[in-house]
Design a protein around this ligand. Structure first.
Ligand code: FPP
Length: 266
């Protein structure tokens, strides 16, 4: 029997919010999964379709992965939906992505509430179109009391940008006298990042065969396990997610200790 984020997994079943879910086998479920959803454009190009069709299909993968995370008892899911570099894409692709995002939020509000999903966002959302910001703010506020799954969207997000914003906040606190240099430790620094209050990701998944971090959660991924999938994001299935989780379960996480020290602690 494994205790996981307040959920219990027993005999291949997972009990959550009074309901029993089947789990393919008892697995070491990561508390926080972060995903770089890559390959939408290639998926569309392979079918001679405009790139936006790949993004539309990518939204279906988002829905599938959220459902599977709920079923498995993953408590935090963070999705790289739009990077600070993505603003440089053709204007029509950016506009279509913003529209998709606004539509997704409008369509999903009821199910977020029903499934007790809390929405959060990281990134410089001041740059988002006001219509998207409005619906984001509403959804974040309405879902703020939910606690079964924290779904964080990285929007207009770049990790270097996030780190710089944290540094500026800390310098500001130091200059105005509310922070001394000795008080700046890892905990205090992390509390000034956009991800304040979130646990660090245990597992990072990147789809489409690319093996890069692309300016995503550079601070927070310090001890994450990485899983690179060949599958393009629009084809990413519940089975592929379980494969990543099973692979994660077989890893030995040492956090800088030796294998012997690590097994002595557990
Ligand atoms: C990367 O594929 C994907 C993106 C830049 C956008 C991801 C967006 C979605 C999955 C849809 C909207 C999201 C939500 C949460 C509603 P790419 O276009 O870089 O693919 P390529 O490398 O094959 O060109």
């Amino acid at each position: 029997m494994i205790g996981c984020s307040g959920f219990l997994i027993r005999n291949g079943f997972l009990r959550c919010a009074g309901q029993l879910f089947t789990v393919p086998e008892v697995m070491n479920i990561p508390r926080h999964i972060a995903i770089i959803m890559d390959g939408n454009g290639r998926w569309a190009e392979q079918r001679r379709l405009p790139r936006i069709f790949g993004h539309q299909q990518g939204v279906e993968s988002v829905r599938r992965v959220v459902r599977e995370c709920l079923a498995l008892g993953v408590s935090h899911l963070t999705l790289y939906a739009f990077s600070s570099e993505n603003w440089g894409r053709p204007a029509d692709e950016v506009a279509a992505l913003m529209e998709l995002l606004a539509r997704f939020l409008a369509q999903e509000l009821d199910s977020l509430m029903r499934e007790e999903i809390r929405l959060r966002v990281i990134g410089d959302i001041t740059l988002l179109p006001s219509a998207v910001r409005r619906i984001l703010d509403q959804t974040i506020q309405r879902s703020s009391g939910n606690g079964r799954l924290v779904l964080t969207l990285a929007l207009s997000y770049g990790a270097r940008d996030e780190i710089l914003r944290a540094v500026r906040r800390l310098v500001h606190q130091a200059v105005e006298g509310s922070l001394t240099l000795d008080e700046i430790d890892e905990t205090h620094f992390a509390a000034n990042l956009d991800t304040a209050g979130l646990p660090d990701p245990d597992l990072l998944i990147r789809t489409s065969g690319e093996m890069r971090v692309s300016n995503f959660l550079l601070w927070q991924l310090a001890y994450a396990e990485f899983f690179f999938s060949e599958v393009l994001w629009p084809d990413f299935s519940a089975e592929e997610l379980r494969k990543a989780i099973e692979d994660f379960g077989a890893r030995q996480r040492r956090f800088g200790l030796t294998a012997r020290q690590d097994s002595a602690e557990t």
